[in-house]
Design a protein around this ligand. Sequence first.
Ligand code: SF4
Length: 436
Amino acid sequence: MYFRMVKRVLLETNKRLVWKLAWNFGFKGIRAVQKHKKRMEQGEAFPPFLYISVLNSCNLRCQGCWVDVAARQQTISPEAMRKLIRECNAMGNYFFGIVGGEPFMHPQLLDILAEHPKCYFQVFTNGHFITSDVARRLREMGNVTPLVSVEGNEIISDERRGRDGVYNRTLEGIQSCLDAKLLTGVCTSLCQTNIDDLLNEAWIDRLIEMGVMYTWFHVYRPMGADPQPDMSLTPEQQLRARKFVVEMRAKKPIAIVDAYFDGQGQALCPAATGITNHINPWGGIEPCPIIQFVTDDIHDESRTLKEKFNSPYLREFRELAADTTRGCIVLERPDLLQQLVEKHGAKDGTIRQTAIPELKAMQVRTSQFNPAEQIPEKNWIYRFAKKHWFNDFGVYRQADHTLSAAPYLVDSQTHTAPLPVASGTSPELVQLNRDN
Ligand code: SF4
């Protein structure tokens, strides 16, 4: 497998692009994480990897999407991006996940990315706007990897994404990337309708055959104005996904990304560990893309970006999330998140202005946290890399997470539970854990 992977990188990719990835993302990313570790030891945070929604608009209408894609378009301007990236670079951060909406609908996106050759950008896209001209420009720039989402086979994809022909246009976009020899990824938000079609070896083999270099299986989370709880994975399916990823990493010559487990298979929340946060199209600073509440924005000149990432709201979010669960606080304890938002007077970061009622209406669900079944990495490269550069950075040290086992208290049929029965971590216990 290792030999086949090396062969793929040597024969199927453009060496200049591989070098850019190794330097801008690999070397600088490691340096950024080392700085992050030091800052965390001193009780401060500044995310080494930042996700930026450059606009809210999208040409698709995916089921369960939490972005106001049909509302009036809001984009982050090139000037605001310039300032944001400059401030991040000054803190040692050179990696940016570009999300939306559909990022390629941002009229100045390519110019913005081209202006920062020392940075590396991962663009989350449906692929529809990646023509051969766009792919050629991305290749010239060399500092961008497109991560194209495929949400099922043709029928499922088109149904899930609200239009006919979506699947084929997505495949055309992927092909444009591959023809230009871009380092191309394919991601999937796993849910009930696509898990059987895409979480299997045949799909991984097909991606390899196409020339795709990496993949990422997210897990669908029912959030937003029109959540689709029936699409969520069961705890057994989540475990199946984790086992599959670990197996395939040890077996197939393709990189597989995940953001929710350390090398020993312990769950973590990237927003709690401070490794990432999210900027919305209005510049609002959110803990992560599904927590649409803000106290600060990037446009405010009165404070530095570092001060904003250490605002009382984000600081307390990190503590509360880490004290509550190694999984996802949004899914396991939406009530605690609501209390936090209200305590800090965090504003609803959406256009629809219904984020609080949406949070109130949520039911407790299982997340990635599953202390009874932790699946350590089998591939030594992932084990090594995670041990040093992707772990919990000590944030869970103070909490006893054998007690916060929400996943094991939910109803086995519906996979939900009423509050507060579902969690072993009451607010009092959170405090107690911290005091002890
Ligand atoms: S709060 Fe949940 S969705 Fe957000 S980063 Fe943490 S685990 Fe992921």
